[in-house]
Design a protein around this ligand. Structure first.
Ligand code: ATP
Ligand code: MG
Length: 395
């Protein structure tokens, strides 16, 4: 029923040269998301606007769902685009739009006309009044409410006339590819996929690293992480996933260090290795799903101890969120069901009964000295034997 969508995006950071980068990235990302949708689409820029025009039959629901995954889009407006053929024709087109868009005509409305093309013979006030009158005549059940209308009927006179009244919220954020790259430490849990999604939403390209510990963690645990990466990739585009075999490092720490410090020491080595891959791929930071106080390894003291090995900024978008808030986002982005599948991850297998909750950095460093003999060699091997999996968006 609609042949086009008007795409609204935020005005922030859209000044000067950035504006073009922002819009071009948006057009590129819209095309990427529409690739697998049934239908033919033409995405074009026009005077600070983006239109998605359709050519022939297309799947409306799928199209809207795809557009809702494009970061940077604030609103998706199904729009009727008509040539200017005089006021009578415009009034007819507006009435046809209402006829189709609203089954129940018992609503209040307000006409909001804009004359972007100044040679149009009526000004916006005149269009408002004249169209309002025609709508009331055609649908006597409707009423005008200029303060709090249920339907805001927009008529914009541009090269073509735009008629629309529905705005479906987009995800917001910034277009992917406009903010550099970061390395996500992706586990099979609920938190890290959400963390990756949130940073990507700010325009950041995502790569990921997963530490697995065969045979303590199963092939299915690894597959679960791949599946999560594919789910996140629906929003971010393909994710390069580094799968690091962490078993020997874990066993070595287990053998040499006090067990209550295992998790912290292990986390420090994870960060170091992730940072190695991050530097290799020219990432500007690391991302984790940590949140203050969630578990022993995420107290402020533990976070400080983990953070100490990193030279890159570590982005922790969930740091102040409650678990319930994180769960809600994971449900929204459809990672929750996969995250709760019961395959052990490498942290749960080596956890001590009473892990330190307030690690002292000097004590931790002292324990790590017991690893000097072999740790460099083990890290080197872990890095050299990395398995790289390209995770394409799940269909
Ligand atoms: P998640 O739900 O993301 O697994 P969590 O609540 O289980 O998090 P931890 O196990 O303490 O918390 O992990 C904290 C963060 O460290 C994770 O969010 C993730 O970014 C990273 N991390 C933990 N385990 C791994 C792993 N095996 N591979 C990669 N990153 C990991
Ligand atoms: Mg976890």
């Amino acid at each position: 029923m609609y042949s086009a969508f008007l795409i609204k995006y935020a005005e922030i950071a859209t000044k000067g040269k950035n504006r073009y980068l922002f819009e071009d990235a948006l057009v590129h990302n819209i095309n990427f998301q529409l690739k697998n949708v049934d239908g033919k689409f033409n995405v074009r820029k026009e005077q600070g606007r983006i239109y998605v025009e359709t050519d022939g039959e297309y799947d409306y629901e799928e199209t809207v769902a795809a557009l809702k995954r494009v970061f940077g889009i604030v609103g998706i407006c199904p729009v009727v685009l008509v040539e200017d053929q005089g006021f009578e024709q415009l009034a007819k087109d507006v009435i046809a739009h209402i006829e189709e868009a609203y089954k129940d005509k018992n609503f209040t409305f307000k006409v909001d006309a804009r004359r972007a093309r100044k040679n149009y013979p009526m000004n916006s006030m005149e269009i408002n009044a004249a169209i309002g009158e025609r709508v009331l005549e055609a649908f006597p059940e409707t009423r005008v409410d200029v303060h709090n209308p249920q339907v805001l009927l927009r008529i914009e006179v541009r090269p073509k006339i735009n008629i629309y009244s529905v705005e479906i919220p987009g995800p917001g954020g910034m277009p992917l590819g406009t903010a550099g790259k970061a390395m996500l430490l992706l586990s099979g849990g609920i938190d890290s996929p959400v963390a990756g999604y949130m940073i990507a939403k700010r325009g950041v390209t995502i790569e990921a690293t997963y530490f697995h510990a065969p045979p303590y963690t199963s092939e299915r645990a690894k597959q679960k992480v791949v599946d999560l990466a594919k789910k996140v990739a629906r929003y971010t585009g393909p994710i390069k996933l580094n799968v690091v075999n962490f078993t020997d490092i874990q066993l070595y720490i287990y053998e040499k260090c006090p067990h209550e410090e295992l998790t912290i020491i292990m986390r420090r080595y994870m960060m170091k290795i992730a940072e190695h891959f991050a530097q290799e791929s020219k990432c500007l930071g690391l991302i984790t799903g940590e949140s203050i106080g969630q578990v022993a390894s995420q107290t402020m003291q533990s976070l400080a101890a983990t953070n100490e090995v990193c030279t890159m900024p570590v982005y922790r978008p969930l740091i102040a969120l409650d678990k319930q808030d994180i769960v809600e986002i994971s449900e929204k982005i459809d990672t929750y069901e996969t995250s709760i599948l019961p395959f052990e991850d490498c942290c749960t297998i080596f956890v001590a009964k009473h892990p330190v909750t307030k690690p002292n950095l000097n004590v931790i460093k002292k324990s790590e000295e017991k690893l000097t003999e072999r740790i460099d060699e083990l890290m080197k091997t872990a890095i050299e034997t990395v398995e790289v999996i390209n995770c394409e968006p799940e269909e």
